[in-house]
Design a protein around this ligand. Structure first.
Ligand code: PLP
Length: 370
């Protein structure tokens, strides 16, 4: 039997009765667009994360765009970010008419390497946008220190890290305004599209609430260029149901990751990530790194283990960003991670027996390819 890289089937079936009831309530109240179910979920998520305001929008990409606008990023500005990420992180910078400037990664976290910040700073730098990739918190303290010294706002991309903590605080509660995604495959996934911004700044939150609804202040009074970024009421209702389970789901991911680490650490040619001191990842993705990535994946498949790759080509090497003029070798760590990463099966409903079988397969394949 094949072990899938990701399955939403079991969780969806288990939640169906409760979610269907919640969806029916939305139908009965006609709160279809940005209605009371969304406002209710915003309060619940803010309380979970320990931040003052959550503003829901219609995707994670949108939330990043909104966060950048509220951080004051605009035409002619540079934003320090990373290249080994889902491309939306970088799209959002382009949507804000700014230029992405890529900082290389720390292999220990797969996140922004604070040691590369000074080198990449330009006179036009306006903000710093790190990504908690794979649900592993970036080493934020040195980034926040650097940002403070330079007077720059930080925006955390938490699309893969809801519930992960850094030094006892939730990711998404450090930057001026932070962003996340509720894409169905995420650890807190909607039954459709969705995203949110998190902030402690009341003015930023108020601006985001206007921006997402055509920049209206009151009715038919538009204060700036606005958007239709409203979240479906249905998604607010689904997410309220799912949020109640998030802690348990994240803990289950941590337990699977602990099994993987114990069974795979030190295997020849294999590198796996470990939580850094003071950080508690939620392992949206559990990555393994091997120089013979494609052969490794093919062998895993023969053992009945599916895998993924996140992400095979860094953004600076994508045709869409060729105009930046960055070739191979510009970001050595990012490029190496992109060349060697394998995403192992990871979702809360993965059974212990399946996780053990993944470990056995990885051990066998590592030996074969050594
Ligand atoms: C790191 C990262 N940033 C941004 C996004 C964009 O989110 P969405 O797909 O909801 O637009 C995603 C998810 O796809 C992501 O993984």
């Amino acid at each position: 039997m094949t072990i899938p890289f990701l399955s939403l089937k079991e969780q969806t079936a288990a939640l169906k009765p409760e979610v269907m009831k919640a969806l029916e309530a939305v139908v009965d109240s006609q709160g279809f667009a940005n209605g009371p179910p969304v406002a209710q979920f915003e309060k619940e998520l803010a309380s979970f994360l320990g931040c003052k305001e959550v503003v829901c929008v219609n995707s994670g990409t949108t939330s990043l765009h909104g966060a950048l606008i509220c951080a004051g990023v605009g035409a002619g500005d540079d934003v320090l970010t990373v290249s080994h990420t889902w491309i939306s992180t970088v799209w959002a910078i382009s949507y804000a008419n700014a230029r992405p400037v890529f900082v290389d990664l720390d292999p220990a976290t797969c996140g922004m390497d604070p040691r590369d910040l000074e080198k990449k700073l330009t006179p036009k730098t306006k903000a710093i946008l790190p990504v908690h990739l794979y649900g592993v918190p970036v080493d934020l303290d040195p980034i926040l220190d650097f940002a403070k010294k330079k007077g720059l706002p930080v925006i955390e991309d938490c699309a893969q890290s809801i519930g992960a903590t850094y030094k006892g605080k939730q990711t998404g509660s450090f930057g001026l305004v932070n962003a996340t995604s509720f894409y169905p495959g995420k650890n807190l996934g909607a039954w459709g599209e969705g995203g949110a911004c998190m902030t402690d700044d009341a003015e930023v939150a108020a601006r985001l609430r206007r921006l997402r609804d055509h920049a209206q202040q009151g009715r038919h009074h538009h204060t700036e260029l606005g958007f239709n970024w409203r979240m479906d009421g249905f998604q607010g209702a689904v997410l309220s149901v799912k949020l109640k389970h998030l802690q348990a789901w994240n803990d289950r991911r941590r337990a699977i990751a602990a099994k993987y680490l114990a069974g795979m650490k030190g295997l020849p040619g294999v590198r796996v990530l470990e939580a850094q001191e003071g950080s508690s990842p939620i392992w949206h993705i559990y990555p393994l790194f091997h120089e013979k990535r494609d052969a490794f994946r093919a062998e895993l498949e023969k053992h009945g283990v599916q895998s993924g790759v996140h992400y095979p080509k860094p953004v600076h090497l994508q045709p869409a960003y060729a105009h930046l003029g960055l070739g191979e070798g510009a970001l050595p760590v990012s490029e190496q991670l992109a060349r060697t990463e394998i995403s192992l099966p990871m979702f809360p409903e993965l059974t212990d027996a399946q996780a053990d079988a993944v470990v056995e397969a990885v051990r066998a394949v590592a030996k074969t390819l050594a």
